[in-house]
Ligand binder design. Structure first.
Ligand code: C2E
Ligand code: MG
Ligand code: MG
Ligand code: MG
Length: 274
């Protein structure tokens, strides 16, 4: 009897592994067709001034409505797309779509687009960005590219050159999810970013974890000493807002101000006021 249960357990474990493998393969395969089938859309989440609470721009966040599985979260499919290389055409689609949407926004609102490290490791990224700006007519200074520490972890000449060329075009570079990766602080200096975004895991534990508060202070201090504005993501409560604002974060993003949602609509009046 014990043996039978044991076998059963092994069996169901194998089935789970098979399901995981199978779903992964299915997703990898379907990612290759998702653009053509119109399954992607972009959600936009506001970034606001920490003091005035005025919206200064939006971050574009990719959404995938899978025909069979429904909404697949980006944390699930982006890594798969990075493995298969599908992130290259997907990243191009995101850039063009986001720039085109933002080109119609009033008041110089900015648009932040996440760029995968994999996109950085092939030479076409600069052309892709140039094309997206040209097709959309969006002025370069309104586009922010969010990269993570994984981009700069290997101090490669190509990465430095790509970042230089992007800055030459006039877009700004934001270090996203800062504090979670393993980049050295000297990297921050040699790559000359325009803005630092503190990872939301630190903001989420501000009330409960004194080391999160200490890390947050250290990051803001670092940013200030390098003359870089610091953004806090994942702000959900007034208390968190008060804390990050008093510590010197100039911009905030989080459910307190708005969840990622379909593209914001502006009235003709707002648009013509530009
Ligand atoms: P991210 O760039 O750090 O984006 C912020 C994430 O935090 C988003 O998750 C957003 O919905 C979530 N968030 C914002 N405010 C709050 C809050 O107050 N509370 C909580 N609990 N969460 C909040 P999302 O949309 O699931 O995206 C996850 C990650 O997927 C992104 O993290 C980014 O790394 C990646 N991603 C999304 N879109 C793209 C894309 O177009 N290209 C690439 N390469 N990566 C993308
Ligand atoms: Mg981001
Ligand atoms: Mg982030
Ligand atoms: Mg994050």
């Amino acid at each position: 009897r014990a043996k039978a249960i044991g076998r059963g357990n092994i069996c169901s474990y194998d089935v789970d592994m098979d399901n995981e493998q199978q779903q992964r393969r299915e997703l990898e395969h379907d990612l290759g067709h998702a653009i053509a089938r119109g399954e992607f859309w972009l959600a936009y989440q506001p970034l606001v001034n920490a003091r005035t609470r005025q919206t200064t721009g939006y971050e574009a966040l990719l959404r995938w409505d899978h025909p069979r599985l429904g909404a697949v979260p980006p944390d699930r499919f982006i890594p798969l797309a990075e493995e298969t290389g599908a992130i290259i055409p997907i990243g191009e689609w995101v850039l063009t779509e986001a720039c085109t949407e933002a080109a119609g926004w009033p008041n110089q609102l900015s648009i932040a687009v996440n760029v995968s490290a994999v996109q950085f490791w092939i030479p076409s990224l600069v052309d892709t960005v140039r094309n997206a700006l040209q097709i959309s007519g969006l002025p370069a200074h309104r586009l922010e590219l969010e990269i993570t520490e994984s981009v700069v972890m290997r101090d490669s000449e190509n990465v430095v050159r790509t970042l230089d060329e992007l800055r030459e075009i006039g877009v700004s570079i934001v270090m996203d999810d800062f504090g979670t990766g393993f980049s050295s602080l000297s990297n921050l200096k040699s790559y000359a970013f325009d803005k630092i975004k503190i990872d939301r895991s630190f903001i989420a534990t501000i009330d409960s974890d004194s080391s999160s508060r200490a890390i947050m202070r250290a990051i803001v201090g670092l940013g200030h000493s390098m003359n870089l504005p610091v953004v806090a993501e994942g702000v959900e409560t007034e208390e968190q807002l008060q804390f990050v604002a008093s510590e010197g974060c100039v911009q905030v993003q989080g459910y307190l101000f708005g969840r990622p949602a379909i593209a914001p609509a502006f009235t003709d009046l707002q648009v013509s006021a530009v």
